[in-house]
Design a protein around this ligand. Structure first.
Ligand code: CP
Length: 341
């Protein structure tokens, strides 16, 4: 990664003022306008040289992470981002066992209380009704960043995916065609967040799923409200996927990963259907021969055997580990822009 913008503290402050999202909760990625999204990416670009070192612009600020579902990437990368910015972190990774949620404290009270200890909160929760709780809290809590709610929203994942696309293909999203492909679009909160963000920036979207597990009405309504350029296809074979990607000039293929936990019913069925979404290095090379494009393969991770060909790791098509690297400056940008400098 290279330094693309020269800046000092004043430029960063000016950039944060321009982004102008200080103090806001983040629930859905389309809470942001296209100008706000662009400014979030510009701030991330300014902070990128510090993603492995330190720029102490949030000294004295405290981030509180509360995760009611397991996480490696979302929790650790927000925490890393806060440390890189010179701030501090308090964390609860198992609230139903070791916080007062185990004694029946409501989420409303927990968020209101932990707001007294922290300047910003990142929350992951399995129940999308949490959105109503956050609306009720309004300004009575610190800004709450969604780290994934239910099946519908995972905006910081969508933002880091967008930032990866921005760094890989440039800032003009209207020139991008992206396929979001999974057997279960109804539970693909990362892919749907990426899709909403791309739609906001004018990209062309192709959703590929299976009959009966299509994009939920909540997301569909949002896409329509934005006049999004999107189409949907169902039940394609892997051969048809390859053909469509080449014919439609797709730039990026996004695999949101398995939405069914190990041991849960439906997992075997999901993995069986995944055979038609199993992209191989050979397949991506065939697409390149036909369309001339090196299609980038994106995945929200964690990944499982059977989801795609891991020999893609060592090829130019690999973007999923780059997404991890870009997640830190992107989340630094969010913390700086929401906390203010
Ligand atoms: N992509 C993602 O959300 O990963 P984690 O569940 O590990 O946070």
């Amino acid at each position: 990664m290279t330094l693309t913008i020269d800046f000092g503290p004043n430029e960063l402050r000016k950039q944060v003022e321009k982004t102008c999202i200080q103090g806001r909760h983040l629930t859905f990625i389309d809470d942001f306008s296209s100008a706000e999204l662009d400014n979030i990416f510009r701030t991330a670009e300014m902070l990128e040289p510090y993603w492995r070192s330190r720029i102490p612009v949030l000294e004295g600020k405290v981030l509180c992470t509360q995760f009611f579902q397991p996480s490696t990437r979302t929790r650790f990368s927000h925490e890393t981002a806060m440390f890189r910015l010179g701030g501090h972190v308090i964390t609860e990774s198992n609230p139903l066992v070791s916080s007062s949620a185990a004694k029946g404290e409501s989420l409303y009270d927990a968020l209101r209380v932990t707001s007294q200890y922290s300047d910003i909160i990142v929350l992951r929760h399995p129940d999308e009704d949490v959105i109503k709780t956050i609306e009720m809290l309004g300004r009575d809590s610190s800004p709450i960043i969604c780290g994934g709610y239910g099946n519908v929203t995972h905006p910081t994942q969508g933002l880091l995916d967008m930032y990866t696309a921005y760094r890989a293909l440039g800032s003009d999203f209207s020139k991008m065609t992206v396929m979001i492909a999974t057997p279960d679009l109804s539970r693909a909160r990362s892919g749907q967040s990426f899709g909403l963000g791309l739609a906001r920036m004018g990209a062309r979207l192709i959703y590929s799923g299976t009959t009966g597990l299509e994009t939920s009405d909540v997301i569909r309504e949002k896409l329509k409200a934005m006049n999004a350029n999107f189409s949907e296809v169902n039940d394609l074979t892997i051969g048809q996927h390859e053909e469509m990607i080449a014919d439609e000039g797709v730039d990026l293929v996004y695999l949101p990963g398995c939405s069914v936990k190990k041991g849960d019913s439906g997992r075997d069925d999901f993995m069986k259907k995944m055979a038609e979404y199993y992209f191989t290095l050979d397949g991506l090379q065939r697409i390149k021969q036909k369309s001339g494009k090196t299609v980038g393969l994106m995945h929200s991770l964690p990944r499982n055997d059977g989801e795609f060909d891991f020999s893609i790791d060592a090829s130019k098509h690999e973007l999923y580990f780059k997404q991890i690297a870009f997640s830190v400056p992107l989340r630094m940008s969010l913390l700086v822009n929401i906390c203010g400098v």
